[in-house]
Ligand binder design. Structure first.
Ligand code: SF4
Length: 359
């Protein structure tokens, strides 16, 4: 990651906060914030890339011409959009020909956007299609932010919440994810408050601790737990071998949640793996001291995983065991299953579009 943002081309605008953009414009053109600040707002807040509409265009047409040339066309291109009963998945083709997927989830009035943080993932969770790809590369902060920009201004979606729950393990690409969060929450640009941003992890403990130390307060945290004990978890989530559940729990107890908020726990129920009554009891014991809300999700079968979906009755039974143990459970409907937009299903056909040199 290039840390000296003053040296970055302005085409990296999606990677830059307002102040970083102003700083970069000053170093590149010697123009002060009076000129560059409206450019940032026009693009990042209003989604307007025609800079000639700016008041200041009359005064500095030459600089704006240069700036427009520098900004160039938007980098990613939406190559596919698929809708399924309100949930929509769109595929963005990156500069190097790789595809990433983002999922639009309708909420009550506005929308949640599930974004990718990597192309592929090296965590290797058995139930996950993205994990089968392995890690191809990290996304930079701009490629993450551009997914939200595209949803808002390219597809006309009113995005309020952002969850890092798409392709990739965000804590395996933490520098870029943190920079993307800073850009997203900049009120002079995308203006998505930190309380509307959630980072979901498979349980990378040192990453959780780093996230806890973010300036200006932590983001919401979600843990993809999926097991009641180390034996089951290590079988389906290799990340558990170096980040056992006791260490994960200790990091969650340390995590500075906002007042009255909770950590979200994702539990994908898989037939014959993590669905027994003793699993529900052990899970309840594990969660007891933690301020959490549990999302119970029926596994969506994917080809070649060797894993089976539970029946609706089995999901309901497991939920009732947890409720009897006084666990707060939300049973999440699998909106988007038909378009492979459900949990652990992104990246299914990704290999078809991976350039030869990356395989
Ligand atoms: S579930 Fe998440 S962490 Fe696990 S392989 Fe899939 S993308 Fe990676």
């Amino acid at each position: 990651m290039n840390t000296d943002k003053r040296q970055r081309p302005l085409s990296d605008i999606f990677s830059l906060t307002h102040d970083q953009f102003v700083d970069a414009a000053f170093h590149r053109y010697g123009k002060k914030a009076y000129y560059s600040s409206p450019v940032y707002r026009q693009i990042m807040k209003n989604g307007q890339t025609d800079l000639s509409a700016l008041d200041s265009a009359d005064r500095i047409p030459q600089w704006l011409d240069q700036t427009e040339a520098d900004l160039g066309p938007m980098r990613g291109k939406v190559v596919k959009r698929i809708d399924d009963g309100g949930v929509a998945k769109f595929v963005t083709r990156l500069d190097d020909g790789l595809d990433i997927e983002s999922v639009i989830i309708p909420m009550h009035r506005r929308h949640t956007l599930c974004v990718s943080s990597q192309v592929g993932c090296r965590m290797g969770c058995r139930f996950c299609r993205t994990g089968k790809m392995g890690l191809i590369r990290n996304l930079d902060a701009g490629e993450i932010v551009e997914q939200i920009f595209t949803a808002r201004h390219g597809l006309g979606v009113d995005v309020r919440n952002v969850v890092f729950m798409g392709m990739g393990e965000p804590l395996d690409n933490l520098d870029n994810v943190v920079q993307a969060i800073r850009v997203l929450e900049d009120q002079r640009g995308m203006d998505i408050a930190r309380r509307y941003i959630t980072v979901s992890t498979a349980g990378v403990v040192d990453g959780i601790d780093r996230l806890a130390r973010l300036d200006d307060g932590p983001v919401n945290l979600a843990i993809s737990l999926n097991a009641p004990n180390d034996e089951v978890r290590s079988r389906i989530m290799p990340v558990n071998r170096n980040n056992p559940m006791a260490a994960l729990k200790a990091s969650l107890l340390r995590y500075p949640l906002r007042k009255k908020s909770a950590c979200f726990i994702e539990y994908v129920l898989i037939q014959g793996i993590n669905d027994r009554p003793e699993h529900a009891r052990a899970l309840a014991r594990y969660l007891k001291p933690l301020p959490v809300k549990l999302n119970l999700i029926a596994y969506n079968p994917t080809p070649d995983s060797g894993l089976q979906a539970p029946s609706p009755d089995a999901v309901e039974q497991f939920r009732s065991w947890l409720v009897a143990e006084k666990v707060f459970v939300r049973q999440r409907g699998e909106k988007g299953g038909a378009i492979m937009a459900a949990c652990g299903q992104l990246g299914g056909k990704q290999r078809l579009s991976v350039p030869e040199h990356c395989r």
